[in-house]
Design a protein around this ligand. Sequence first.
Ligand code: PHE
Length: 453
Amino acid sequence: MEKETKTGNREQFGSKLGFILAAAGSAVGLGNIWKFPYLAGSNGGGAFVLVYLLCVVVIGFSLMLMEMALGRNTQLSTMGAYRKLDKRFTFIGVIGVVAAFLIVGYYPVVGGWSVAYFFKTLIGELSTSNPETLGGIFGALVSGTWAPIFWTVVYMALNVIIVIGGIQKGIEKASKVMMPALFIVLLILAVRSVTLPGAGEGLKFLFAPDWSKLSGQVMLAAMGQAFFSLSLGMGCIITYASYLGKKENLVSNSLNIPAIDTLVAILSGVVIIPAAVSFGFEVTQGPGLVFVTVPAIFATMGPVIGRIFGLMFFLLVALAALTSSISLLEVVVAFFIDEIGFNRKKAVATSSTIGIIMCIAASLSMGAWSNITLFGMNIFDFFDYVASYICLPLGGMFVSIFVGWFWGKKNAYDEVTNEGTIKFALFDVWFFLCKWVIPIGILFVFLSGVGII
Ligand code: PHE
């Protein structure tokens, strides 16, 4: 993925697995492990989870296929792809780049927290299941000034090393081991969590929908989270698929990745929510939920085993986050290379400097700068809100309008079925979703989520 050209003569993924790992690596990240459980917790549980699943099935799979088709067809990253196909739609690329900037402006803060928690586990600071103590440790970290900035910089430096050094190949190889390892650790934790006393209540909260909790805001939260978690609506998948060979089966790829991603999200929910309920943590507490609940689970596993698992967990979370944030950074970097004409080094330096400045603001907004608010939100929440609930859904809506109404059925068919050589029995259903159901559905949820209808 090092080579950038505008002519379409680009390097391709060495193997089908390379692409799946990179795309799944982009999808599976903090969105699944950190964000999904706390959003489910603060948005009423089951109703949120069901709307989330509905969004993945109806919008997620289809949009994944659309973005893959656009990327592979044009062999260009997001802005260039639209410019080549239909200049009037270049603005979709702009929305994506804005979203990428915003997410790069806070995601590394949380990445930094996970690195910090790895070290806190190492020195034994977290060996307790006492809610007050754990809450206090998390609160002190996020509201501090220098410590969270330090960890953010460490995390961002790791990103820069990977993106600038072009060692994505190494990362892809590492993911082959890491992703299954993450999955196994989550499975073990899930078993531990659901066997804690009182865990049944948590499972009920997570899976038995209480429809009275459903509102426009909850639907928008679930839909925005589906976009965020699947890395959709901002051109990440377009960019990755631009490196994909003409023989690859896009249909099966677009099914596998959302399936893996959703499995990891649900599994994380099953780890966090029942344990939180069992230990008496507030499930509505927001971004700290994973960071206080998981150490408590480890504490019940005994000092040695608990600590070993704790180290594995936070290491894997940090690595899963890395494979996502390098894909985010890549969108910003590609923008500077393709649109502004920077070379890769300069593009990475500029993107990460802007990212760090935004992250410092986002981090301070939970401490020293908490009195600064934008539309009633602190800076961290504001970046997240604009990216996840405005840019990504609207980006996705325009992608489907573009594919359904402008790129058209014939082009879509040829690309998705490799010129008719791959069977895709549900093509008509998919195209109908792209043309009608998805744009209207997104618009409806968006308008009701922001309170217009
Ligand atoms: N999907 C990633 C996660 O769940 C975050 C991400 C969003 C990455 C958008 C790329 C694009 O952590």
